[in-house]
Design a binder for this molecule. Structure first.
Ligand code: PEP
Ligand code: MG
Length: 758
């Protein structure tokens, strides 16, 4: 007679399902579970050890060992057979346990009379939460289907631990590992501190329906879902879309390979035959695999693991009939999104008023999602290795975008310290809000325009909130960077129109697309060859003059959006004046074209150039005559004047933006503007720091543009600043030989002596 190997596990799972449904106290439930497992597997012993936050495995339930040892017997992680299983996340199947080198004898349990031993890790999302063991007196070797059954049972127990049911049995100071506080350090991507609760961006789909009624039906569901998954991957690969070239394509190829991996599919089918639903089978197989691969050091394999994770998630969504973009309806009011990585558009799907922060396992300061998060004004910390698998939806979490740290399930004192920080920042914000009502004037009555930088629709509400006099730099390339294909002319026009509508007559300066360099468009292969020095390469105005179609479309969208209003357009990375003339020709042609078709044109059109390339410094007067205004892009100008890559963290603190040579450069520009009656603005990061903003005013700048969050602190400085004194002070210190102290220190002392808040 052929024995139905899966009958045992199925009966056991059925029993477990009944036990889960019964209104039992947690200890009673655990006691019954171990009893039923032992009976089902004809074992004399069944014990459950649970991992505590102090890395100790505590005996939580047993049948067969001394019942008085429950909650007393304990093993360290890595100690004994149980500790070895937990540390390696692998099952151990031994016919004579005492012979194993890791065997440790615990007198309180009286276990020496048992020979055979089978232990499996209790896993959830690849984390070990405990160990489940069966033992027999006789020397026997447990069959594969028995191992599988015990693993499946362990998965049910993992859910009980994660749901908090078993945690109720823990004693103060001896909490479970799942609730252990964990801190991560990485990189600060956007300033600010956020306290809130974890929202996993790729929510670990919680499979609540574990036990199947009909294995055949579940196998069919799995087969169907795998089929659609494979089709959707093939589909993506066949779309000869530029967006899917390069790395993107490699990932998809890997997905396709995994989706057809026989071993993976076989393990899924086996789990279903043992009584799990298709979704529970996916979760179980994935968790086993993740736990095993977690110990691998090979970065390539670990990377593949995250591909596998994504694939399993896709399969779960297929099975549950969920689209990828369903944002949790029950999003907490203080959501902190935790993601491995994410697209910029995905972040925009979350309601802004519920976001308190963003945590990324990967990410770079220039990744698009970070740019968008910055625009939204939410704190971001990235490169937090391991944070996704350690987090559960709803866990308390702190993101520190100042230090570049994340604290998961923080201790109360840490939480209190951070809450104080948040209150302090809120008080300061309140102060800045008050300042909005005051005119933007120095202490001695000189008017200064404080403008803000923007680039996306999400920035717009900040215009009113920050109290900016207008938008000094609208980075139009951001719309291109967060899109997956070139934004159509209509989409561009709509954004520009929205910007002007929101500005309600306040000035807005649109910069034509500044792509290239580190601003990469995934769907646009820029240069024909790899650039050795992309910052000095085919970018910004150089690129748009070579691809005039791009510029023409953008100019037309701008002209249409600004019909009946003033339009200010500025060109990035201008190197020689001929570039301005060429751009002007394109603009004039578009104006003629639109007027021929009786379009409503802007009431005035002003063309400006950014000063970012040092070559302009020796033709400042000609430049000022060639344009209606200029804006200093101090980020690029500094990088080119100092020959220091602006993105290189090793150089970040090496050269000072407030050093004498650079201040002299900035002064030359301000003076040339004055001489030629050409308005000058500065829109680099320099404008946003109170100390450097103060220096700029002293050099003669009367209009500066910065991130919205900087307007408050800069205004607080400005209203206390006796500008006449500062101008004389700077003139003295910049004209002659270099002063004894660095300029930064002199400026700081100037402010301290006069109680100017910096
Ligand atoms: C600059 O270079 O200072 C500037 C404002 O442009 P971006 O930072 O976008 O290069
Ligand atoms: Mg620039």
């Amino acid at each position: 007679m052929i024995r139905d190997m899966a009958a045992g596990p199925r009966v056991l799972l059925k029993r477990l399902r009944e036990l889960m449904a019964e209104p039992l106290e947690p200890q009673e439930r655990l006691d019954r579970i171990v009893r039923d497992i032992a009976a089902n597997m004809v074992a004399e012993v069944c014990s459950l050890y649970v991992l505590r936050a102090d890395s100790v495995l505590e005996l939580y339930a047993t049948v067969g060992l001394n019942p008085n040892a429950v909650h007393l017997a304990q093993l360290r992680l890595g100690q004994g057979l149980v500790g070895t299983i937990a540390a390696s996340a692998r099952a151990l199947n031994l016919s004579n346990a005492q012979e194993h080198p890791a065997f440790a004898y615990l007198p309180e349990t009286g276990e020496e009379i048992y020979h055979s031993f089978l232990g499996v890790p209790v896993l959830r999302a690849g984390r070990t939460l405990g160990v489940l063991v069966v033992q027999n007196k006789t020397m026997r070797h447990y069959r594969d289907d028995e191992i599988e059954a015990l693993e499946t049972t362990a998965m049910v127990i993992a859910e009980m631990i994660a749901s908090g049911d078993i945690g109720r049995l823990s004693r103060p100071g001896l909490e479970l590992d799942l609730s252990r506080p964990a801190s991560f350090t990485g990189i600060a991507f956007n300033e600010g501190v956020g306290l809130g609760h974890v929202v996993l961006h790729e929510p670990r789909i919680v499979v609540t329906n574990l036990f199947n009624e009909d294995s055949g039906e579940e196998l069919r569901r799995l087969e169907d879902s795998l089929g659609s998954l494979r089709l959707s991957i093939d589909d993506m690969l066949e779309r000869r879309d530029v967006a899917f070239e390069g790395e993107h394509r490699e990932v998809l190829e890997a997905y396709r390979m995994f989706a057809n991996d026989r071993g993976w599919v076989r393990r899924l089918e086996e789990a279903i035959r043992n009584g799990l639903t298709a979704e529970a089978a996916v979760e179980k197989v994935q968790s086993d695999m993740r736990a095993r691969m977690m110990h691998m050091t090979d970065p390539y394999l670990r990377e593949r693991m995250s591909d596998f994770d994504d694939l399993a998630n896709r399969l779960l969504r297929q099975l549950l009939g969920r689209g990828p973009e369903t944002i949790a309806e029950s999003l907490p009011k203080d959501a902190i999104i935790v993601a491995r990585s994410m697209g910029a558009a995905e972040l925009l799907d979350y309601p802004r008023d519920r976001l308190r922060g963003l945590v990324l396992e990967d990410g770079a300061p220039t990744s698009h999602v970070v740019i968008v998060a910055r625009a939204m004004g939410i704190p971001v910390a990235g490169q937090m290795k391991g944070v996704v698998s350690m987090s559960e939806n709803g866990d308390p979490i702190i993101v520190d975008g100042v230090e570049g740290a994340v604290h998961l399930r923080p201790q109360p004192d840490l939480e209190a310290a951070y809450a104080e920080k948040v209150r302090f920042r809120a008080r300061r914000q309140e102060l800045y809000r008050e300042l909005r009502k005051k005119p933007s004037e120095t202490k001695d009555g000189v008017k200064v325009d404080l403008l803000m930088n923007a680039g996306l629709a999400v920035d717009l509400p900040q215009l009113a909130e920050a109290g900016a006099a207008g938008i000094g730099l609208f980075r139009t390339e951001l719309q291109f960077m967060v899109a997956s294909t070139f934004p159509r002319a209509e989409a561009q026009e709509k954004l520009y129109r929205d910007v002007l509508d929101t500005a309600r007559g306040r000035p807005v300066t649109f910069r034509t697309i500044d792509i290239g360099g580190d601003k990469v468009l995934p769907y646009f292969k820029g240069s024909a060859q790899e650039e050795e020095n992309p910052a000095l390469g085919w970018r910004a105005i150089r690129l748009t003059l070579d691809r005039p179609g791009l510029l023409r479309t953008q100019i037309r969208a701008l002209l249409k959006a600004a019909g009946g209003r003033e339009l200010k357009v500025m060109l990035p990375m201008v190197t020689e004046l001929g570039e301005i003339a060429q751009a002007r020709e394109i603009i004039d042609r578009e104006v003629r074209h639109l007027s021929r078709f009786a379009h409503h044109l802007p009431t005035s059109l002003k063309l400006g150039a950014m000063i970012e390339v040092p070559s302009l410094l020796w033709q400042l007067d000609e430049l000022m005559q060639a344009v209606d205004f200029v804006s200093v892009g101090s980020n690029d100008l500094f990088q080119f004047v100092m020959a220091a890559d602006r993105g290189n963290t090793q150089l970040a603190d090496r050269f000072d933006t407030l050093s004498v040579p650079f201040l002299r450069v900035l002064k030359q520009i301000a003076d040339a503007g004055l001489r030629n009656h050409t308005p000058v603005t500065l829109c680099g990061e320099l404008a946003g720091k109170p100390i450097s903003a103060m220096a700029l005013l002293g050099l003669g700048y009367r209009s500066i543009s910065m991130s919205p969050a900087s307007i408050g602190p800069v205004k607080a400085m400005l209203t206390e600043l006796p500008l006449g004194e500062l101008t004389a002070f700077l003139d003295d210190n910049l004209a002659g030989p270099a002063a004894r102290l660095p300029m930064r220190a002199l400026l700081q002392a100037f402010a301290d002596d006069r109680s100017i808040p910096l």
